[in-house]
Write a protein that binds this ligand. Structure first.
Ligand SMILES: *[C@@H]1O[C@H](CO)[C@@H](O)[C@H](O)[C@H]1NC(C)=O
Ligand SMILES: *[C@@H]1O[C@H](CO)[C@@H](O)[C@H](O)[C@H]1NC(C)=O
Ligand SMILES: *[C@@H]1O[C@H](CO)[C@@H](O)[C@H](O)[C@H]1NC(C)=O
Ligand SMILES: *[C@@H]1O[C@H](CO)[C@@H](O)[C@H](O)[C@H]1NC(C)=O
Length: 193
């Protein structure tokens, strides 16, 4: 049924803050679907595209043990289910944090954004420290996750992807490609010792 476009969903934590003018290359490199990715605006914007042949994604060049990870995202303005635009940190093998999607429900710890994420760029920030992760959207904390006291931080990297998954609905491929836009890249991270 109708997908509420304003209900992009945060699976865990994300947030926003001030803008940044860094180029993509400074922190990130392609991860997969390179032929479905464009770097534009003198390297300051990345477009990730999905169609029936592939989605695409990028990842941070380095790994970190803590840090503030921020970017601005505008999702595809075309309405469909099944396509996920995401920004998250992960350790090798394990997804640690959030995903956001064009549809309702399905997962724990969802956060309603309260705006249409396809209308404009919004800032999503993830602040990962030894004790907690804080997600902010447009500088407003939307979620805080406290680690158990014995939590041992592991090396993590940041990924951003556009992909399709059946739990998020059925993709209307007649509208493909779906393109999401990323800019305002910012990382202030600490390497693992
Ligand atoms: C994006 O990349 C594709 C494939 O490399 C290319 O054909 C297309 O012209 C590019 N589009 C823009 C807007 O740069
Ligand atoms: C994680 O995987 C990447 C890519 O294969 C590798 O460069 C990095 O060293 C790995 N990190 C750890 C902690 O295993
Ligand atoms: C990130 O979190 C740490 C630990 O809570 C805090 O000291 C720091 O000020 C936060 N950074 C930003 C940019 O909010
Ligand atoms: C994504 O869509 C493609 C093309 O329809 C399909 O082959 C693939 O199985 C889908 N992937 C997932 C994870 O649903």
């Amino acid at each position: 049924m109708g997908i509420a476009r304003a209900s992009l969903i945060l699976l865990v934590f994300v947030v926003v803050v001030a803008t940044s003018d860094e180029v993509f290359d400074k922190y990130y490199q392609p991860l997969w679907g390179t032929d479905h990715m464009n770097v534009t605006d003198q390297g300051k914007e990345v477009q990730l595209r999905i169609d029936t042949s592939s989605g695409s994604g990028f990842k941070s060049k380095r790994e970190y043990c803590s840090g503030v990870f921020r970017m601005q995202i505008k999702i595809s303005e075309k309405i469909t289910g099944g396509v996920i635009t995401s920004f998250y940190v992960r350790t090798n093998g394990t997804l640690q944090t959030n995903v956001f999607a064009n549809d309702e429900g399905h997962r724990e710890e969802l956060v309603k954004l309260g705006f249409n994420p396809s209308a404009d760029f919004h800032t999503y920030e993830l602040n990962w420290s030894a004790k907690k992760i804080v997600f902010k959207v447009d500088d407003k904390t939307v979620r805080t996750f406290n680690y158990p006291t014995n939590y041992k931080s592991r090396p993590l990297h940041v990924e951003a992807t556009v992909w399709n998954v059946s739990w998020a609905g059925t993709v209307d491929w007649s509208k493909a490609p779906f393109t999401s836009y990323y800019r305002g890249f910012y990382i202030n991270g600490t390497s693992c010792k």
